[in-house]
Design a protein around this ligand. Structure first.
Ligand SMILES: Cc1cc2nc3c(=O)[nH]c(=O)nc-3n(C[C@H](O)[C@H](O)[C@H](O)COP(=O)(O)OP(=O)(O)OC[C@H]3O[C@@H](n4cnc5c(N)ncnc54)[C@H](O)[C@@H]3O)c2cc1C
Length: 445
């Protein structure tokens, strides 16, 4: 065991000890005194990465590829990495896909690439003092990376805080990895007949094709079991957010009796006890709006998405849709040069919120941070990320889309060139498996 491995154990042990103090006495003073024990910089740069998801772990590895000196610490609230990509395949019962396929341990790459990972939750950022505070302690930083993914916002479905908790518990979104996924899988497997609703979030959200892909594979599962059951997708948009042609074709041709797509449906309220959705249906042809209700037997309520509260609380600029604003064409916060934003938390650029995009941006940002620490030109704005996003429309066929980001000199904006591949093909299913194996190997091996 080398010095850094010992240090890793040391930091984990500190976290455990502090948790015990917290649990044993639990007074605010106790918590404060633990949190006030700031771990100072020791004549070295320290990069703190908040969030060890697809973006954060990629940044950690890529800093290390170009800089071996700085201390790199990932702080992650969950104690397991459970992937959202590939989860729809598991929900839909795709042959050969197991829950284990979604689970990874970041300790292996932490050891290979020599970064520290701490299982803790960041509760505040003091930008003036350059200190982050977790439930168990505080850390000074030289540079900070926020890769905190998404939080749910149920208010756009007319649910108050208490109702939001109930919706989360009874009808989990499963738009984050972990126990929500286990509950959704159980719901699908236990469903015997009736209406299973999936709500598409309002506004900008993680993985635009995911609700439609999920609907298609669940419908396929119901069909394969010959259930008297139907998936109903309720969408505020006129058509699916992405790959609309391919999804609508699949819905029409493959799942006529098993799937119903309701577009232009603006959810105003959900009665969680009566299992009823109240929505406004915009009939664009007749230019009229009608008030409708939909009663369901079970549901996967996917609410709107927003950035972590940490951003707002620490005074970082947000975009109008509630995500992090960055300084074009960089990944630095609009109002703090020492803070980088990577992954789904970013609102400025028209990038789809995907693991592939988070990974591609993480590679770029990791190198930029390393170059900055090395006192070299970070070459910001010289490379732009790419994305490919596969969606299954049945147990073994799919469609896909690619994105290439670029800087448009004419108006100084970062834009995205999109290409759709919407013929329903078996080869896309094979490509999905290869893509997933590739990205997870890159991050976890
Ligand atoms: C059903 C579904 C299917 C998908 N399929 C695909 C796909 O096929 N291809 C694709 O490219 N993308 C897909 N995605 C999208 C992909 O999951 C996300 O875009 C990706 O996870 C974004 O990475 P991230 O690092 O920004 O966020 P995350 O991976 O969510 O990581 C954020 C991490 O930050 C941690 N965190 C948050 N706040 C704190 C805090 N205060 N302290 C400590 N830790 C904190 C969280 O616990 C979390 O682990 C899918 C998403 C869903 C929901």
């Amino acid at each position: 065991m080398n010095r850094r491995d010992l240090l890793k154990l040391g930091t984990l042990a500190t976290a455990v000890t502090a948790t015990s103090v917290f649990a044993a006495s639990g007074t605010k003073e106790d918590i404060k005194s633990v949190q006030n024990a700031v771990k100072p910089l020791n004549n070295n740069d320290r990069v703190i990465i908040i969030g060890g998801g697809y973006a954060g772990l990629t940044v950690a590895k890529n800093i290390r590829l170009y800089n071996q000196k700085a201390e790199v610490i990932v702080i992650e609230a969950k104690n397991i990495f459970a992937s959202c990509p590939y989860s729809n395949l598991w929900f839909g019962g795709v042959k050969g896909v197991d829950y284990n396929d979604l689970i990874f341990s970041p300790l292996k790459p932490a050891s290979t690439y020599d970064y520290d990972i701490i299982n803790d939750k960041v509760v505040s950022i003091n930008r003036e003092k350059k200190v982050v505070t977790t439930l168990n302690g505080s850390f000074e930083y030289s540079l900070l990376v926020l890769s905190t993914g998404i939080e749910y916002d149920y208010s756009t479905f007319g649910l108050d805080e208490k109702e939001a908790k109930k919706a989360f518990t009874k009808f989990p979104a499963s738009y984050n990895g972990g126990f929500e996924q286990l509950s959704l899988k159980e719901k699908i497997e236990k469903f015997k007949s009736g209406t299973f609703v999936i709500t598409v979030p309002k506004g900008s959200y993680r993985c635009p094709p995911a609700p439609y892909e999920r609907a298609a594979v669940i419908a396929d599962y119901f069909k394969s079991k010959k259930l008297n059951a139907k998936v109903v997708i309720i969408d505020p948009r006129e058509k699916p957010t992405t790959k609309a042609k391919g999804f609508l074709k699949a819905f029409d041709t493959l799942y006529k009796d098993y799937l119903e797509y309701i577009p232009n449906a603006n959810i105003k309220k959900i009665d969680l006890d009566k299992k009823t959705i109240y929505f406004e249906k915009n009939n664009l042809k007749e230019m009229e709006t009608t008030n409708e209700t939909l009663v369901f037997d079970d549901a996967n309520i996917i609410p709107s998405n927003k950035a972590s509260k940490l951003l707002k609380d620490s005074g970082l600029e947000l975009t109008s849709d509630g995500f992090g604003r960055v300084k074009t064409p960089t990944f630095r916060s609009y109002n703090d040069d020492n803070i980088y934003l990577v992954g789904d938390v970013v609102g400025e650029y028209p990038f789809p919120k995907s693991a592939q995009m988070a990974h591609s941006c993480g590679i770029i940002v990791g190198e930029q941070i390393a170059r900055r620490l090395n006192k070299e030109d970070p070459k910001e704005g010289s490379v732009y990320p790419q994305n490919v996003c596969y969606s299954l429309v049945s147990q073994d066929t799919g469609i896909y889309v690619t994105h290439q980001a670029y800087f448009d000199k004419a108006d100084g904006k970062v834009k995205v060139k999109t290409e759709f591949f919407e013929d329903i093909e078996k080869s896309t299913f094979d490509a999905t498996k290869s893509w997933y194996a590739g990205i997870t190997a890159n991050i976890f091996e």
